[in-house]
Design a binder for this molecule. Structure first.
Ligand code: UT7
Length: 333
């Protein structure tokens, strides 16, 4: 049985940078509050409709394929992780296709596992490779969150956190059992769905489309921040250790830990709890905010571009988010 390895990574972020100071002009917030509570200094907002989730995903995908040295026409499967598809349906894995030069009508899978989407996608890609079903898999995490946020003071707890962007990985088979995706674990606990969610639009509304929105707040993301925070700081280390255990390794064996970029305080607490030195923990939340399914591949791709992550490094990923969902993967890059 083949192993699966990461042949290349890429990322794309919109050119528009929104600083904390700019948010101060929209709502009652301060750069000091946002920096202290989240570590975020700025984020990128997409220029829609041009910079859609599928468009940004395509730009990240093209960069990943160039790094992998694999032509677009060789891709035989797309897995797209996002909570912000361009449309209610069809999903972004399909609307990606007109932006790409794929050959033939390759299959397109959408996964809706929010902040854990990229890790869930890695597990799925690994299973596809191991089964022999596909051999050139494009895994994308991309989000346009900025258009869904309540940018008034009422929405400040979420509006200051989320950002837009895309990251992608190309996953291919390898005969080397010690290289590539070595272990993974994913979980979900749906009883907490309403602690971090966006209720509308919903098929439970009858009729779903109303001439006047009766409660506009149902269309904005809601997060029970403190509650999510408490679960996150427990689940991140728990699932990373579960994954490392499967291959007889410990956090000390990791060259790098790339957590989903949820909050700098979460990243620091988890890193310390795992006994990792801060230099081993990748954090770029100050530049991008929380880009949900895109955050891990953006951070990973950036750390390759700037020369930190190198081939042969042992990398641990962990994510936690809406659902609740969480997961981890350990990769010999
Ligand atoms: O990616 C998925 C996973 N997501 C996460 O893991 C995020 C987890 N949660 C968090 O990161 C944090 O809970 C937040 C950053 C969302 C909030 O930080 P917090 O330290 O938990 O603050 P809080 O919600 O307890 O609010 C403290 C105060 C409140 O005022 P009062 O009630 O004490 O008067 C809020 O109204 O801060 C206020 N506040 C703000 N003030 C200025 C909330 N948002 C803001 C804001 N600017 N943007």
């Amino acid at each position: 049985m083949k192993n699966s390895r990461i042949a290349g990574l890429g990322h794309y972020v919109p050119s528009r940078v929104v600083t904390n100071q700019e948010l101060e002009t929209m709502m009652e917030t301060t750069d000091a509050w946002i920096t202290e509570r989240t570590g975020i200094k700025e984020r990128h907002w997409a220029n829609v409709p041009e910079e859609s989730t599928s468009y940004m995903g395509a730009q990240a995908a093209k960069a990943a394929l160039i790094q992998a040295g694999i032509p677009e026409g060789e891709v035989d499967c797309v897995i797209f992780a996002t909570l912000s598809s361009d449309y209610f349906f069809p999903g972004a894995a399909c609307t990606l296709q007109p932006h790409m030069n794929f050959s033939g009508n390759i299959p397109a899978y959408d996964i809706r596992m929010q902040c854990s989407g990229f890790v869930y996608g890695l597990q799925m890609a690994d299973a596809f490779i191991k089964s022999g079903m596909y051999s050139r898999i494009l895994l994308i995490g991309a989000e346009v969150q900025s258009t869904s946020l309540n940018k008034s003071t009422a929405g400040r707890d979420t509006a200051v956190i989320f950002g837009d962007g895309a990251g992608a990985a190309v996953i291919i088979p390898t005969d080397d059992p010690d290289n590539g995706i070595l272990a993974h674990a994913v979980h979900a606990e749906g009883k907490y769905a309403k602690e971090l969610w966006c209720e509308g639009p919903s098929p439970l509304d009858n009729p779903r489309v109303k001439p006047v929105l009766d409660d506009v707040n149902r269309y904005y993301p809601y997060m029970n921040g403190r509650y999510v925070f408490k679960h996150a700081v427990t689940r991140f280390p728990e699932v990373l250790k579960e994954t490392l255990d499967k291959i007889g390794k410990t956090p000390a064996d990791l060259d790098w830990f790339i957590p989903h970029q949820a909050n700098l305080r979460i990243t620091e607490a988890v890193g310390q709890g795992l006994g990792l030195s801060p230099e081993k923990v990748i954090s770029n939340i100050h530049k991008y905010g929380n880009t949900t399914a895109a955050s891990i591949p953006i951070a990973w791709s950036e750390a390759i571009s700037d020369g930190r992550i190198k081939r042969g490094d042992l990398i641990g990923l962990a994510a936690f988010g809406a659902g609740f969902t969480w997961g981890s993967a350990v990769i010999r890059f």
